[in-house]
Design a protein around this ligand. Structure first.
Ligand SMILES: *Cc1c(COP(=O)(O)O)cnc(C)c1O
Length: 380
């Protein structure tokens, strides 16, 4: 099946053997009747398994071309499950320019459990190699990065992790499987905040992992069950409904993102624009190689270059809503320095380009004229 068919019919499973409903039923149950001890239909207790959750896990796994999917109560809970594969003394090499919540989980929780993190500029995959030692177990990649829109060559990093026998995990939240499928490029684990584009309607918080390897899948299933950060069946249903239109939404997000990026570049009140579709973007070749389009995320700095000017712009926006998060049908604007990236120390964040005048846009699927008009009036 092609991708656009899989979003609707994906996850080759029997949706409803009882009544043939077209949409999977939402199984609001914590437990399942057994005929005699151990004699059941594959479900015993909803922390270890729920049919609605299983339907979601199979659907997303099929979109990522993976064999096993796992759902979690949030994207962060999915990352937390990956880190539980590690032991004290282990080391992780991570993208420097990283989602703030991932950085917080790494440095404020797992560092105290004796795991060491290296935050590295991965624009050259070979840079990673100088940080690899006996203790290194995991390479954590986010691409495109948030909010600077740098790209990391997943295939090149994958060759390195395979050579050094390390796990490679890719946070694919920004790109979605519509634009980029890391397992096909050599990653071992794909992670999603399903809260964003997969859900697509800003009405649910959920996360997911997808893998191919059976042994890794068994370990992650054990962690999912033993630590218990599972989503409820209604959340799984909502994200599955969102996924049915993922391809149509992404197509429009990409079109609108492109128009916004080009308009911002021409605007005299704008300094820099960060969007991987510009031919002069330093990672344009990687974008062309590993993504099928450039997505709906665009960041920019104001010409005035200070906190005040950025604040004024986001306060004046009317169609764009000032809010955390991204990936919904509605356009959102965020101010990373005070919102999503506030937990990263100022010196750390400015090193990666997250300055006070930076604004991040999640370009939605509204009429493009309204979006461009809104930005124009807010910047003038
Ligand atoms: C939102 C987000 C997360 C965290 O996901 P939650 O669902 O909010 O827990 C992780 N990575 C990226 C890139 C995100 O945008």
């Amino acid at each position: 099946m092609k991708f656009n068919t899989k979003t609707i019919h994906g996850g080759d499973f029997e949706v409803d053997p009882a009544y043939n409903s077209v949409m999977p039923p939402v199984y609001f149950t914590s437990t399942y009747k057994q005929k005699s001890p151990g004699d059941h239909k594959g479900f015993e207790y909803s922390r270890s398994g729920n049919p609605t959750r299983l339907a979601f896990e199979k659907t997303l796994a099929s979109l990522e071309n993976g064999n096993h999917g796992f759902a979690f109560g949030s994207g962060i809970a999915a990352i937390d499950a990956v880190l539980k594969l590690l032991k004290p003394g282990d080391e992780v090499i991570s993208t420097g320019d990283l989602y703030g919540g991932s950085y917080r989980l790494f440095t404020k929780i797992y560092q105290d459990f004796g795991i060491k993190f290296h935050f590295v500029d991965m624009s050259q995959a070979s840079t990673i190699e100088s940080y690899v030692n006996e203790q290194t177990k995991l390479v954590w990649v986010e691409t495109p990065t948030n909010p600077m829109m740098n790209l990391i060559d997943i295939e090149a990093v994958g060759q390195l992790t395979q050579k050094c026998n390390l796990l490679l995990a890719v946070d694919n939240t920004f790109a979605t499987p519509y634009l980029q499928r890391p397992l096909e490029l050599g990653a071992d684990i794909v992670m999603h905040s399903a809260t964003k584009y997969l859900g697509g309607h800003s009405d649910v918080v959920m996360g997911s992992l997808i893998v191919n390897d059976k042994e890794l899948a068994d370990r992650l299933y054990f962690i999912q069950k033993a630590s218990g950060a599972v989503p409820g069946p209604m959340d799984c249903f909502l994200v599955m409904r969102g996924i049915k239109t993922l391809h149509v939404r992404m197509q429009r997000h990409c079109e609108n993102g492109k128009a916004v990026a080009h308009a911002l570049r021409k605007n005299p009140h704008v300094d820099k624009v960060y969007w991987p579709g510009f031919e002069d973007h330093p990672n344009y070749e990687i974008a062309q190689k590993q993504m099928s389009d450039f997505g709906g995320m665009v960041s920019f700095t104001t010409k005035e270059g200070n906190l005040e000017s950025a604040k004024k712009v986001v306060e004046r926006l009317k169609v764009f809503t000032l809010a955390e998060s991204l990936g919904g049908v509605e356009s959102l604007a965020g101010h990373p320095a005070t919102m999503t990236h506030a937990s990263i120390p100022k010196e750390e964040r400015e090193k990666t380009g997250v300055v006070d005048s930076l604004i991040r846009l999640s370009v939605g699927i509204e009429d493009i004229d309204d979006l461009l008009g809104d930005l124009e009036q807010a910047l003038t």
